[in-house]
Design a protein around this ligand. Sequence first.
Ligand code: ADP
Ligand code: MG
Length: 623
Amino acid sequence: MTTENETTADAPTSVAFRTEVQQLLHILAHSLYTDREIFLRELISNASDALHRVQFEMLTNREVRDADAELAIRLSADKDARTITISDTGIGMTREELIENLGTIAQSSARAFVAAAKEAQRPSSEIIGQFGVGFYSVFMVADKVTVTSRSYQAEAEAACWESTGGNTFTITHAEKAERGTTIVLHLKDDADEFANDWKLEQIVKKHSNFVAFPIYSGERRLNEQQALWRKPAREVKAEQYPEFYRQLTMDFDEPLLHLHLSTDVPVDLHTILFVPAKRERGILERRIEGKIKLYSRKILIQEDANDLLPNFFRFLEGLVDSEDLPLNVSREMVQSSPVLQRIRKTLTGRLFKELNELAEKDADKYAAFWKEFGPFIKEGLATDYEFRDELTKLLRFNTTKSGENLATLADYKSRMLEGQTEIYYVQANDLEAARRSPHLDPLEARGLEVLLMHDLMDGFMLGNFREYEGLKLRNIDDASLELPGEAPASAVQVSDEDFARLCARVKAVLGEEKVTSVRASELLRENPARLVTEKNTPGREMQRIQQMLGRETKIEPRVLELNRGHALIANLAGRNSANSDDPVVAAVAEQLYDNALLLEGLLTNPAAMVPRLQALLEAAARP
Ligand code: ADP
Ligand code: MG
């Protein structure tokens, strides 16, 4: 920042905006916006923040200026002068703070905003509030803005910031007796529609109706008298929830679910929580996970009270308000309060209940929830013991019998066959690959259902979640897998001697890096071969996670099982016995191994197979 003329006394000091701000202002002043009215929302949101902050300050500080002033926001319009005035009794700003807060912006925010605005042909003004550059939106409608402010600090004097939205602003001494901030907008020629009390009221209702402090126009209060979350749920109209959600989060997708709880016993608790529609918002969104605001006796004490819910519920948004919480500014004190623990328990219990009800009442909506937030639930099972049973109920899987639907573990259990004592699952990198897995063949032949696990988080979950109601979860690529029921393997077409010779040859060709042993399969029917894992091979679930994350992983040697009933294996054994140096046998052995890896989604460089395939094709095409 450069100060052009260091002056004394009351002459205005002219200060250049930081470059990023200049760019931003240029875009704001010279673009056409469809919804310019949101400048008011931004100013009210700043006023409300300032009020929250002074309220918070007063909890511990007895020296705050005008401690008795009503915490409120006032609006007025002057048609003839073409001005709007918005004032608050919030925390206020000192001269230095005016320069700092209204002259600079976080460079990253500004850059992101400028980039996004350039991208969009007609920059939506919705972008503005999301980049922490909200104040500057006034220059969409005003060609001159004056901000007069007096800080809460006893010794601070009032100061005035003024700018016409060009490259500079000025700072002067000002006369203002009361604490807070007053902003006067001199409207542009094409923006005089806003110099109208009725219009301002309309905008407040639309964008700022649920602000926690009164917004007055003259004597009239424009916004809701009572905080929505303090009303009994039956008094709230259904459409008020999405509205409230939008104003709270700036997320324009309707939430998937809301929970409204307003009770006095056993603990005083007023809360509205939302499950958003999407896990991640648009590219413009700065944060991915939700925020819970915590109010104690109507005072905002934490912006992001992330210990109010278990970690796996961190995608929820909303607020919690309780009269029973200690009014204390220390986070640790709040955290260790037994009331907080009670609230946490109540909320978590209710959320599980709501989610289960959603699943019962609206399967499609639940499926949408599961698609977005299933990974959080699985993460919960990987890390949390306290809520294990409740989390388990929320689990859903694609299975070999569920078709396009999702199944619960209870569904699976109810469909288990006689003699079945385990829950079977197969892992793959995606659903299609899971459905094509060579391991499924013997289970399908017996009518056994298999969970198709194809999500990154499944691997994490399985690290800690291996049993459901006494039934073990079993990976069907286990070398020692034994299946209940009958499904005889297809008739053996190769002599013991030829087969033993083939196994030895294949093992020699592949080497110990790839296979620990080569043996006959007791289970395969349709597929010539598969790779199985000896029980003690460490962490193959973890290995798959590494692989799904695109990390280099070493493929551990496995057991290669060959299907003695398969024509390919029988012919190969014949060829091998006829000529123990046959290069075709070696090439087929390597290819069978690669095919098995490929089907499991574990082959890292499929192109490397091409020269070998070429050689095999040549052999096949030979007359
Ligand atoms: P944000 O609100 O995301 O921080 P803004 O551009 O809306 O970004 O506001 C910039 C800063 O200016 C605020 O963080 C705050 O410090 C200060 N500010 C704006 N309006 C007021 C106000 N009415 N009272 C006190 N401080 C304010
Ligand atoms: Mg703001």
